[in-house]
Ligand binder design. Structure first.
Ligand code: SF4
Length: 182
């Protein structure tokens, strides 16, 4: 029987991720000060999505949750983009990346007893997020916060994994699946 980590890497390959690595969670840098970028609200989701700050919890709290898992599957897609500043275009690509990540999780559910995903961007299950309508989240178990909310230092992560961070004419998205290797 294949070991869990081999199965995860094989699933990542089969789903078409461009890069995938399994590393120790302790190798990931979390920088609490990055939370100020969420507060600047360039993405427009601050206080509008249950998966985003402040509703998702303090940066240290998310870091603590991630560090309860000793291993991390880092997933990356690299996609050609016409205009990286075109929000609609990159949103679609990001959505595809996150769907691929959820497909991997779905396919590995029997092997993964406990896990914690960190996605490329906010939860997009409902449109708009029920938070904007003042309603409760209908899928609290399915929502996941983004790497920014976790305050992951993504450039350092890419360097550690020896995968690209910036790609000219392309957009690189990252997600992380924290898991126990048991
Ligand atoms: S599942 Fe829906 S309500 Fe819950 S965080 Fe995601 S978008 Fe918001």
């Amino acid at each position: 029987m294949k070991k869990l980590e081999e199965k995860l890497l094989q699933a990542a390959e089969e789903l078409g991720f461009d890069n995938y690595r399994i590393i120790d969670t302790m190798a990931i840098s979390f920088e609490e000060r990055f939370r100020m970028y969420c507060e600047m609200n360039y993405c427009g989701n601050y206080d509008k999505n249950y998966s985003c700050p402040p509703a998702c919890g303090e940066a240290k709290e998310l870091e603590r949750k991630a560090k309860q898992f000793e291993r991390a599957l880092v997933l990356q897609t690299i996609t050609p983009v016409k205009n990286i500043l075109d929000d609609e275009e990159t949103k679609g690509i990001k959505h595809r990346h996150n769907q691929m990540t959820w497909s991997l999780i779905e396919g590995m559910k029997e092997d993964l007893k406990e896990y914690l995903p960190a996605m490329a961007g906010p939860c997009q299950i409902c449109s708009p997020c029920a938070m904007e309508l003042g309603k409760a989240c209908p899928f609290p178990k399915k929502r996941a916060s983004c790497l920014s909310a976790f305050c992951v230092k993504v450039d350092a992560l890419a360097e550690y994994c020896e995968i690209p961070y910036y790609c000219e004419g392309e957009v690189a998205f990252f997600s992380i699946l924290f898991f126990h290797n048991k």
